[in-house]
Design a protein around this ligand. Structure first.
Ligand SMILES: [Fe+2]
Length: 208
């Protein structure tokens, strides 16, 4: 596996974030960073974050908040931060709305309560930055197979126009490899461990 420098923890921005998949059974396991000629773009090149499906559990109008470790559940603390970039990969998208939603530590979504547990919207600051604290999502079954742990993401610009829908995964999760939906460029190399806590900086998104 290719060694990844912390500053290259960018979702869709730098081509150097390539995490291999040994299986060839799914097209989704191919690296998205390879261009049409089968070559890797130069390091530092700007690439849009790869879109993924919304899934069946999205709910609009999630509360504005940055901390989802508020429901009294036990679990692994996850803290991540980053920037929403426009497609030049240098200019942050100020005032953008980034929504996160994910399963609770037991793998269940809150689809009915007024708490809208493990769902939030965050407004980016003047430099397009955000920060989220939550608990590690549990795995749940999609048919007969478990999906890897993941966090769903949507981004809206400051005019409230939807610009991106995708998902984030946790590096090392053995269920990523041939999940039907997971894209390797959306795997985040968190530091720490599931036994302590997980941290990732520069989990950035590039919007085209
Ligand atoms: Fe999901």
């Amino acid at each position: 596996m290719k060694k990844i420098h912390r500053r290259q923890v960018v979702v869709g921005m730098f081509s150097s974030l390539v995490i291999g998949c040994t299986s060839k059974s799914s097209d989704w396991c191919e690296s998205p960073s390879v261009n049409d000629d089968g070559e890797f773009p130069e390091a530092g090149s700007c690439q849009a974050t790869v879109e993924e499906i919304e899934g069946p559990y999205y709910l609009a109008d999630a509360p504005e908040r940055t901390d989802l470790h508020i429901f009294g559940d036990e679990g692994t603390l996850v803290t991540m931060s980053g920037t929403i970039f426009i497609d030049d990969c240098t200019q942050g998208m100020a005032g953008a709305i980034i929504e996160f939603w994910h399963a609770d530590p037991d793998g269940d979504y809150d689809n009915t309560s007024s708490e809208m547990r493990y769902r939030c919207r965050i407004i980016t600051d003047s430099q397009g930055r955000y920060q989220l604290q939550t608990l590690l999502p549990g795995r749940y079954k999609n048919g007969l197979e478990f999906r890897p742990r993941h966090i769903h993401v949507k981004v809206f610009d400051s005019d409230n126009v939807e610009r991106l829908t995708t998902q984030l995964y946790f590096e090392g999760d053995p269920y990523i490899e041939c999940d039907s939906f997971a894209h390797t460029s959306n795997v985040v190399p968190f530091t720490g461990s599931e036994e302590t806590e997980l941290l990732a900086e520069s989990v950035d998104f590039v919007i085209v």
